[in-house]
Design a protein around this ligand. Structure first.
Ligand code: URA
Length: 249
């Protein structure tokens, strides 16, 4: 039995149901409550054990320092407040990759803390996880002006750092959020309609790193916020269930 406070459990349950496409919960009194079957929770994803977190963190710190020294974003001349490098468990089994920081991320220096981030938190909670269990990074480390979709040049300038972050964390699965992240990680021009929900493989361009990771592309939470239909939510949840299956197999 979980020790989480009841309101947290209820909120988690509501988020899970919502991701499954449940839009409302009927509220009424029954005279004689019929016995209900216990809801089936997904098999819990076990945390990463036996990994040297300090070594993973040191590898990430070295990439961060290299990024700060080379400043690949300077070629594009944007003004920004904070570099958003990435955060979470440095030895996570599961890594999420988004597109680029937005206004809230630029202000705080942390990935996915705005509205899309709240939805990502809900997706994690539906998977029985929270942010400290996973590693979260973006393709671009600084906010593009007006949250514009990153250009191929911007993606190419930042991709080497992202690839090295993946090799440092060495997750068992990557979930890419949206088209720019998916195309960057998979080095493809295919559309989301072909990529979403299909297992693919990330291979680090430097073969000596021996880093090959299964990738599950899904919709970006910001897209879900714009197109919050039961169909889209069910698609995302079906993608996340495939990830749960792989990590609990
Ligand atoms: N959207 C992203 O792709 N990344 C963030 O960190 C926030 C919003």
């Amino acid at each position: 039995m979980s020790n989480a406070p009841l309101h947290k459990l209820i909120a988690q349950h509501a988020q899970t149901a919502n991701l499954l496409g449940v839009d409302f919960v009927p509220c009424y009194r029954t005279l004689q409550a019929a016995p209900q079957p216990a809801p089936r929770a997904p098999t819990p994803i076990k945390p990463a054990v036996g990994r040297d977190r300090q070594a993973h963190q040191q590898a990430l710190d070295a990439i961060h320092a290299r990024y700060l020294a080379h400043k690949p974003h300077e070629a594009f001349g944007y003004s920004f407040t904070n570099i958003v490098f990435g955060e979470g468990d440095p030895a996570a089994r599961l890594m999420f990759v988004g597109e680029a920081p937005g206004a809230e991320e630029d202000r705080t220096g942390r990935p996915f803390v705005g509205r899309a981030g709240k939805l990502l938190d809900g997706m994690l909670s539906a998977m029985g996880l929270s942010r400290e269990h996973v590693y979260i990074a973006n393709v671009l480390k600084i906010r593009p002006p007006n949250n514009a979709t990153p250009t191929p040049e911007e993606r190419n300038a930042s991709a080497p750092y992202l690839c090295d972050q993946i090799a440092a964390v060495m997750p068992e699965v990557i979930v890419t959020l949206g088209l720019p992240a998916t195309q960057t990680i998979l080095r493809t021009d295919s559309p989301m309609s072909k990529l979403r929900g299909q297992w693919a493989t990330f291979t680090h361009p430097d073969a000596s790193k021996a880093c090959t990771v299964p990738v599950m592309p899904t919709y970006h939470p910001a897209y879900l916020l714009r197109s919050y239909t039961p169909e889209n939510r069910k698609l995302v949840w079906s993608d996340l269930k495939k990830v749960i299956e792989k990590l609990t197999a």
